[in-house]
Ligand binder design. Structure first.
Ligand SMILES: [Zn+2]
Ligand SMILES: [Zn+2]
Length: 85
């Protein structure tokens, strides 16, 4: 059983974007780019790069998505909790 978890944060500074963060398209619309995978809801433009509101650096949109496997986590931290069932 692989339990995959995706976290969204800036690959440069690890800033986690907030629900209230907004990006501006060239058409002028303001929206949260992570709601739409970088697609403008107004004109449909695909924004392949996303600017971090915290550090101001541009990164490819997909690099903001970080996938974690719970398998890897448990491997790094072998917590042997003795649960007597
Ligand atoms: Zn647009
Ligand atoms: Zn950043």
């Amino acid at each position: 059983m692989k339990d995959r978890r995706v976290e969204i944060f800036c690959p440069k500074c690890q800033y986690h974007p907030l629900e209230s963060d907004r990006w501006q398209c060239t058409c002028g619309v303001l929206w949260n780019t992570f709601d739409t995978n970088g697609n403008c809801p107004e004109c449909g433009k695909v924004h392949s790069d996303t600017q971090c509101p915290a550090c101001g650096k541009w990164s490819p949109h997909h690099t903001w998505y970080h996938e974690f496997n719970s398998d890897e986590v448990s491997e790094k931290e072998p917590l042997h909790q003795t649960r007597s069932s």
